[in-house]
Design a protein around this ligand. Structure first.
Ligand SMILES: [Fe+2]
Ligand SMILES: [Fe+2]
Length: 333
């Protein structure tokens, strides 16, 4: 249908301050994969046996698939159901960063893996049963126009705050052992983004939920827990597939249950699993705590979180010391 007018976005009239705070947070933490010197990890990489190398490569193959899904159908679906124009702007930022995330694994692959290995990893990602299961379950919710938009937000938060973590475990584990530090740096930057994404989208879900009748709210919450069970069931199998050969499976499962509870928290719901941060391998928790990846974005308790910590420029900011001061003319160059 043709339109008669179009509305300009006014950032001087922001109805939901969470939009503005999230925009500032996300733009402040902007990054690109090309700035991280992954090749410095080659010595560590060569020390790993082939089983551990297999897990690292395929964990990143799985993460590539999920970030691809977010950068395409995931954020496109969310943009169909916004309450403010600023929400669209924030989602645009998130969508672009999901493309950066998806690309950054290729930066890692091109440094650590041979062309044949890279091809095998992508063939695996595009066909592996339990990985495809989760991508398809989530993707079908995004792509089906008849699905309640609040269910799309639930699916999005489950991906952001829960399904990535079977993969994040590996680089965080190596980081805790002072290995593959540059690879881990990329993953920490991704994790820091996903943490804000999950919190923001979870918040928008909670706003939308409050506008529904009591019956609809109950139905959505019932659906949410059922869907989480279904995803967890598949995630268990995926975790066995990736980690049985190196014996990390139980630790990874604890970690993903802990993060499933975080996803529920982002959606304003009660935890499902008994696992808390003290049950998670402390080496991995350490890796997380060195980032600004606080899951409590809005409560400002995270170690790196500063809401809108910017100030106006003043004259003194322009008083830059001349680096050549005190040198003779001939010393300058
Ligand atoms: Fe991402
Ligand atoms: Fe994300």
């Amino acid at each position: 249908m043709p339109i008669k007018s179009y509305k300009a976005i006014n950032w001087n009239e922001v109805s939901d301050m969470i939009d503005k705070a999230t925009w500032e947070k996300l733009t402040e933490q902007f990054w690109l994969d090309t700035r991280i010197p992954v090749s410095n990890d080659l010595d560590d990489w060569r020390e790993l046996d082939t089983d551990h190398q297999w897990t690292v490569g395929h964990v990143f193959g799985g993460l590539t698939l999920l970030d691809t899904l977010q950068s395409q159908a995931g954020l496109t679906a969310l943009k169909e159901d916004v309450q403010t124009p600023h929400e669209t702007a924030v989602l645009n930022n998130i969508q672009f960063m999901e493309s950066v995330h998806a690309k950054s694994y290729s930066t890692i692959f091109s440094t650590l893996n041979t062309p044949d290995e890279i091809k095998e990893i992508f063939d695996w990602s595009d066909s592996e049963e339990f990985l495809q299961n989760k991508a398809v379950k989530i993707g079908n919710i995004y792509l089906d126009e008849s699905v309640d938009p609040l269910k799309k937000k639930i699916a999005n938060v489950f991906l952001e705050t829960f399904l990535f973590y079977s993969g994040f475990y590996t680089p965080l584990y190596y980081l805790g052992h002072n290995k593959l530090n540059n690879v881990a740096e990329i993953i920490k930057l991704i994790l820091r983004d996903e943490s804000v994404h999950g919190t923001y989208i979870g918040y928008k879900f909670q706003v939308g939920l409050k506008q529904r009748s009591e019956k609809q709210q109950q139905d959505l919450v019932d659906w949410l827990y059922n869907f989480l069970y279904e995803l967890y069931d598949n995630e268990e199998k995926y975790t066995h597939l990736l980690y049985d050969q190196i014996g990390w499976t139980d630790d990874v499962l604890t970690f993903i249950r802990y993060n499933a509870n975080k996803a529920l928290m982002n959606l304003g719901q009660d935890p499902l699993f008994p696992d808390t941060s003290s049950d998670v391998n402390p080496v991995v928790m350490n890796g997380i705590s060195t980032t600004t990846s606080n899951h409590d974005f809005f409560s400002q308790v995270g170690n790196g979180y500063r809401l809108g910590a910017v100030e106006a420029m003043s004259d003194s900011d322009y008083h830059v010391k001349d680096p050549n001061a005190g040198k003779s003319k001939n010393d300058k160059e």
